[in-house]
Design a protein around this ligand. Structure first.
Ligand code: 48F
Length: 259
């Protein structure tokens, strides 16, 4: 058996602080900050990073995947339909054919591979951090205000830190949390979150993708947050709209920032 390399506590602590601080410094200025590591956020991150943009996903929880893990009423499967299956195929998720143009996929595999796809493309994912607010100057979103989720949960008064980015994407799901905060604080941005409508899966999938895009200068929306902003219906455990929405927002941001 090989001998375990002895590493003392001081080395562990120094390594973590040195390299952790370096990783956080890298976040200070980026092209795109995505709030939320659910299916739409992870998909957007992969295409944005592939498109050459410096991209970070900031996720409140200590895990990624958002609503994927809950499957349909905790059954470990979700459904995707054509052409969204291509997004999963590209990251190697195995598709179980169910009916014409419809596939069933494993939730754990989807979470793992969507996240790996984003990371391998070059995107960073920061866990345990909440997008608390935005940096807004002359009616333009220029960055995100970040806070440790643990601080928010504790209720302690700790000032957050702000990072600069050319685009911020709200992929926070049903509450469109970032846009909701921005709309309360910045009437000049002329945005609102009327919320989603009751379930209608077919309409919802189309509408989510349609409502994806830039909602105010520098502020973008994708996934379920787009349905909440565009008053689209909810759709339950069919995820094609989330993947296509993530891809669409990335394509539009790439076009806009490369212009
Ligand atoms: O909810 P979520 O999975 O959003 P999505 O990508 O996908 C929606 C589907 O999962 C499902 C559905 C489709 O059938 O209806 O709900 O639109 O992922 C949102 C992620 O954002 C995180 C949250 O923890 C979750 O992982 N989040 C929420 N608010 C913040 C946040 C915030 N302010 N800052 C950072 N992360």
């Amino acid at each position: 058996m090989k001998v375990i390399t002895p590493v003392d506590e001081k080395t562990v602590t120094t390594a973590i602080i040195e390299r952790g601080a370096k990783a956080l410094l890298d976040l200070v200025k980026s092209d795109v900050i995505i709030a939320g590591a659910g299916p739409s956020g992870l998909t957007a991150a992969r295409y944005l990073a592939k498109g050459g943009l410096k991209t970070f996903v900031v996720e409140r929880r200590l895990s990624f995947g958002g609503g994927i893990g809950g499957g349909g009423m905790l059954m470990p499967r979700i459904v995707v339909q054509s052409p969204s299956h291509e997004v999963l195929q590209e990251v190697g998720v195995r598709l179980d054919p169910y009916s014409k143009g419809v596939w069933v996929v494993d939730v754990a595999e989807s979470i793992a591979k969507l996240a790996t796809g984003a990371i391998d493309a070059g995107a960073g994912i920061l866990l345990g951090v909440t997008v608390d607010d935005l940096v807004v100057k002359r009616s333009r979103v220029c960055g995100a205000v970040l806070q440790w989720s643990a601080v928010n949960i504790s209720g302690l008064h700790v000032d957050p830190l702000a990072v600069e980015s050319r685009a911020v994407v709200d992929c926070t799901g049903h509450d469109a949390e970032v846009i909701a905060i921005a709309s309360r604080k910045n009437p000049d941005l002329k945005i609102s979150v009327p919320g989603e409508r009751s379930m209608d899966a077919v309409t919802a999938e189309r509408r989510t993708v349609k409502c994806t895009g830039e909602v105010a200068p520098g502020l973008w929306v994708a996934g379920m947050a787009a349905a909440a902003v565009g008053q689209g219906p909810r759709m339950g455990p069919i995820f094609g709209g989330m993947l296509l929405s993530g891809r669409k927002v990335a394509e539009e941001i790439i076009k806009s920032l490369h212009r």
